[in-house]
Ligand binder design. Structure first.
Ligand code: AHG
Ligand code: MN
Ligand code: MN
Length: 355
């Protein structure tokens, strides 16, 4: 439509306005839009997400310069509660999450891969109504080669206070999560989150220091071509997993992608479909990934995107942990692909029962 007096094209101006509006959708505004409320609860969730975003920006900034500054890369020489060698960036990222939540009045307790027991911020506890569970730096073996890593987070309503540190009140299923997401430190930094109203992705604009909306309501295809698994473990798996891998080798339409960082591997599957697997092995039936701050938040996201997450025999979100750092096998991604993997596990169980 053309303005007869000025000759201007209104369509172009409208598109400009929409482009500007899109550029202005920051994370905090988006969270409030999703909650459709300015209630104290909504303000809290928005503030929580803003703090997590700040942690992401601080970690991203450190990672960008890690090869240039002293003492950023390499090992600390210590071993964490998981028995894994700790890297300096693991500790830096862990401390960043603690420091951004100090004096926030939001989070009384944080639980992380790098801390044996939950960490309390006493000054927040009188009013802090939430618990943050997190993997401060996921895929840290990728650090030394400048490949993608991530941070994973999960927010729960705080229930009770487990003073002996074993945090029994935290040992509830993933259905108790009220928000979850991750930050991917790749060629650009992205934050992906859900508060139960779909999955939304943001890209960090470093010049603004803001996460700007990139994709809203991401839906994972019902089936995808990618299978993502560490095939180096092939001979440590039981027959069901080996049979599934033999199946994809013998059928057209599959392609392997594995980056060694769950956040990156999951991100690709969230957008393009397929399946990520970290199954148990014959010797370690529970696999490698931790339920509360790796598998459960990713399961929350994939269900919100229309996909599935399974241990092989149970939905990940239904698993009730017995300990804070509990591990679970993880099969996550497109509904049809997860179900196909499960069918191999069921078939194996049937054969075993016949013996
Ligand atoms: P983290 O660095 O937090 O310990 O997690 C590493 C995890 C996960 O990111 C990845 O999917 C998996 O370990 C890779 O394990 P493998 O090296 O055994 O394939
Ligand atoms: Mn991890
Ligand atoms: Mn980690």
């Amino acid at each position: 439509m053309v303005n007869t007096q000025t000759g201007e094209d209104f369509h172009i101006r409208l598109e400009d306005a929409q482009a500007l509006d899109r550029d202005c959708t920051t994370l905090s505004r988006h969270v409030l839009q999703q909650l459709q409320s300015f209630s104290p609860d909504a303000q809290d969730i928005s503030a929580l997400m803003t703090r997590i975003a700040l942690a992401g920006k601080l970690i991203a900034r450190r990672l960008t310069r890690a090869g240039l500054v002293e003492n950023a890369l390499g090992f600390t020489g210590t071993v964490n509660v998981q028995g894994e060698s700790v890297k300096k960036m693991d500790i830096y990222a862990n401390d960043v999450f603690i420091s951004v939540f100090k004096q926030s009045g939001l989070v009384c307790r944080l639980a992380s891969e790098e801390m044996e027991k939950p960490y309390y911020i006493p000054e927040n506890c009188p009013i802090g109504r939430y618990t943050l569970l997190y993997d401060p730096l996921d895929g840290s073996s990728n650090l030394d080669t400048n490949l993608n890593v991530g941070s994973i987070f999960s927010i729960r309503q705080q229930e009770g206070n487990d003073e002996d540190g074993s945090a029994k009140d935290l040992l509830q299923s993933g259905r108790k999560q009220i928000a979850a997401g991750y930050i991917l430190y790749g060629p650009s930094t992205m934050l992906v989150y859900s508060i139960g109203t779909g999955v939304h992705a943001f890209t960090l604009d470093p010049s603004l220091g803001e996460f700007i909306l990139a994709n809203e309501n991401i839906k994972t295809p019902a089936h995808g071509p990618i299978y993502s698994v560490n095939e180096g473990n092939f001979w440590q798996w039981d027959d069901s997993m080996r049979d599934y891998i033999r199946y994809v080798h013998r059928h057209d339409g599959y392609t392997a992608r594995y980056g060694g960082a769950l956040v990156g591997d999951f991100h690709r599957i969230l957008y393009q479909g397929g399946v990520f697997l970290y199954p148990g092995t014959v010797k370690k039936a529970e696999g490698k990934l931790r339920l509360l701050y790796e598998s459960a938040p990713m399961a929350y996201l994939i269900e919100q995107a229309g996909g599935r997450a399974s241990t092989g025999t149970q939905e990940i979100l239904d698993v009730v942990p017995e300990e804070l750092h509990q591990r679970t096998p993880l099969i996550i991604g497109s509904t049809e692909d997860v179900t196909l993997v499960e069918s191999f596990i069921k078939e194996q169980a049937r054969i075993s029962n016949q013996k």
